[in-house]
Design a protein around this ligand. Sequence first.
Ligand SMILES: *[C@@H]1O[C@H](CO)[C@@H](O)[C@H](O)[C@H]1NC(C)=O
Ligand SMILES: *[C@@H]1O[C@H](CO)[C@@H](O)[C@H](O)[C@H]1NC(C)=O
Ligand SMILES: *[C@@H]1O[C@H](CO)[C@@H](O)[C@H](O)[C@H]1NC(C)=O
Length: 370
Amino acid sequence: MFSLKVALSFGTLLPLVHLAAGQAAEWGQCGGIGWAGATTCVSGTVCTVINAYYSQCLPGAVTPAPTSTTPATSAPPGTTSTPTGSAPGGLSSIPASTLFQISNFGSNPNNVGMFVYKPKTVAAKPPLIVASHYCSGTAQAYFTGSRFAQLAETYGYVVLYPNSPHSGTCWDVSSNATLTHDGGSDSLGIASAARYAIANWGVDANRVFAVGTSSGAMMTSVLAGAYPDIFKAGIVDSGVADGCFSLPGQPEDSWNSECSEGELILTGAEWADRVYAAYPGYTGARPKMQVWHGTVDTTLFPQNFFEEVKQWTTVFGYSSTPISNTSESYLPSGYSNATFGPNFQAILAQGVGHTVPLFEQQYLEFLGIA
Ligand SMILES: *[C@@H]1O[C@H](CO)[C@@H](O)[C@H](O)[C@H]1NC(C)=O
Ligand SMILES: *[C@@H]1O[C@H](CO)[C@@H](O)[C@H](O)[C@H]1NC(C)=O
Ligand SMILES: *[C@@H]1O[C@H](CO)[C@@H](O)[C@H](O)[C@H]1NC(C)=O
C-alpha cells in the first residue's frame, strides 16, 4: 500500500517533466518499455536505444560522444542495465550521457546497486550528486523521473544513482549499522561509491552532495548524519529526521510507523544527539541542509518536518524561529521557505501530499552549482 501511494504520487510528476513538447529534447527520453512521452527527437539529435527501458535523444550520432580521448572501455549503448563486473576505473572509462552501472567501488556489504551518469562535458573538478530513489523506485526510475541528469549536461557535474537491494526497494534507514559511520549496510555502500568518485574521478571533495525523495530523502538524512565528512549538503524531499526510523535489533530496512506517523516527538537536543551518535567523535563541519515537506503527507506525516527543523537548528546552533519565512515567486502559492541560517532552509508546501515535486534547478542553487 505504501509503495503504491508513492508510485502514484511520484508518477504524477512525470508529465510535467516530459510532455512539454511533441518532441523529446536533447538528452531526453524518447522510448522504452512503459514510456508514454514523445518518441521523436528535436532536430540535430537521434533517438538511440540505450536498453529495453530507455531510449535517449543523442546529439548527431548514434553513439554518445566520449569527452575524453580514448575511453578505457568501449561500452556501447545498451550496457545500462548490465553490471560491468569490474572496477569502474577512472572517469574516462565511463561512457558519457547514459546511465551506466558500476561495481567494485569499495565496501558494499548489502550489494547496493550503483549507477553513474556522466555528462558529455564534465566540469573541471566536477561536483558529485548522489540521488536516492523512493520506495518501489529504482535508480533507473529516479534517473528518468528527475532532471538531475539533464541538468548535468548543462552544469557538468556527475550523478550517482544508488539502487536499493531490498524487496520493495526502500532503503535501510532503521538499523544501527546503516545509521552509524562505517557501520555497514546500505549507507556504507553509498558512501563507498562517493569515496571512490572522490579518489578516482577527480570529483571535488568539497562539492559532494546527497539528494533524495521519500525513502531516498530518509537515506539523505542518514548520510548527512553518518557521513558528514563526505557530504557537504543534503536535500531532503519528504523525508524524516536522521535517526527517526531507528529500530536497533530489528531486521534492516524495517518500517517505523511511530516515526512515519509523526508520533516520535523529541527535543532538539535529543534529535541532535542522534546526529552526533551517528559519528561519535566527529568535530568537523556538518552538511548544509534543505528540507521540503507537504502538509497533507499521509505517508511520512508533516510532523516530521517540524522534527527535522528541531534537529538541524539544534545541530547548527540556530534559533528555532526562522530569520525569514516567505513565499517564493518561482514556487506554487502555499509554499513557505523558512530560512534559519546559511546552512538550513525548510520549505513547507500547503496542501501537498507525498511527495513534494522536485525543484532541481533550485536545488542546484542551494548546492552552489547553478
Ligand atoms: C552500532 O554500530 C556500531 C558500528 O558497527 C557499533 O560500534 C555500536 O556498538 C552499535 N551500537 C549498538 C547500540 O548496537
Ligand atoms: C512558515 O510560515 C508558514 C505560514 O506562512 C507556516 O505554516 C510554516 O509552519 C512556517 N515554517 C516554519 C518552519 O516555521
Ligand atoms: C529561501 O530564502 C533564502 C533567503 O532569502 C534564499 O536564499 C533561498 O534561496 C530560499 N530557498 C528556496 C528553496 O527558495
